[in-house]
Design a protein around this ligand. Structure first.
Ligand SMILES: [Zn+2]
Length: 204
């Protein structure tokens, strides 16, 4: 009787743990390298270790039928490194286009750049192409952003509770009201936490 009881407990626990294990498909986040957008090498930079993630929109109206994302990203870098700003590289660590393609920006361990009054030290900057004050956020962009956020939390050991947007730190409409709503109502952070809990993230 005692043996049966123990066996029952073991079976019950196994069933419980099996039920708690990761149920979703492994998450494989693909990041297009800087070569894809023909990046210019960076100038000497200031290092940091990111402990928070800040989401932006790029701010320029983007029409995926007319505009090429890689060319656009290159233009953002050229402008940023030019006489207007004299930055050391493109301002963001990652960029996402309307097809949900993720592009490598500047080195994650270098401090990003801003035109606004906040210190980007410690911020991992993710920017989505487009202007979400005027444009809607497509599902592909939203899914890629959610997955990149989860990937970044895991890879760089950043708490999902530290995910915020540019307008949470500075006087700006960035990342636009149509993107900001997913952050102000908590759905984005909730989705990221769900991924971190239920899916194994590959390539870390
Ligand atoms: Zn911004």
């Amino acid at each position: 009787m005692k043996v049966h009881y123990r066996l029952f407990i073991v079976l019950l626990l196994s069933a419980l743990f099996a039920g708690c294990a990761s149920t979703g498909e492994p998450l494989n986040v693909t990041i297009q390298s800087r070569e894809v957008w023909n990046a210019t090498p960076p100038r000497p930079f200031k290092v940091h270790v990111p402990d928070k993630i800040t989401v932006h929109h790029e701010g320029t109206f983007f029409d995926p039928a007319k505009h090429n994302a890689a060319d656009h990203i290159k233009r953002v870098q050229t402008w940023g490194m030019g006489p207007d700003r004299k930055w050391i590289d493109i301002p963001y660590h990652f960029l996402i286009d309307f097809d949900g393609v993720i592009y490598e920006g500047r080195n994650v361990f270098t401090v990003g750049e801003t035109n606004t009054e906040y210190d980007p030290s410690g911020h991992l900057l993710i920017s989505c192409l487009g202007n979400f004050e005027e444009q809607e956020v497509g599902e592909k962009t939203l899914n890629a952003l959610t997955e990149l956020l989860a990937y970044s939390c895991k890879k760089y050991d950043i708490s999902p509770d530290s995910i915020k947007t540019h307008r949470d730190y500075a006087k700006t409409s960035c990342p636009g009201k149509n993107m900001y709503k997913y952050f102000s109502d908590g759905t984005m952070v909730k989705r990221v936490k769900e991924i971190l809990k239920s899916r194994q993230i590959q390539g870390i």
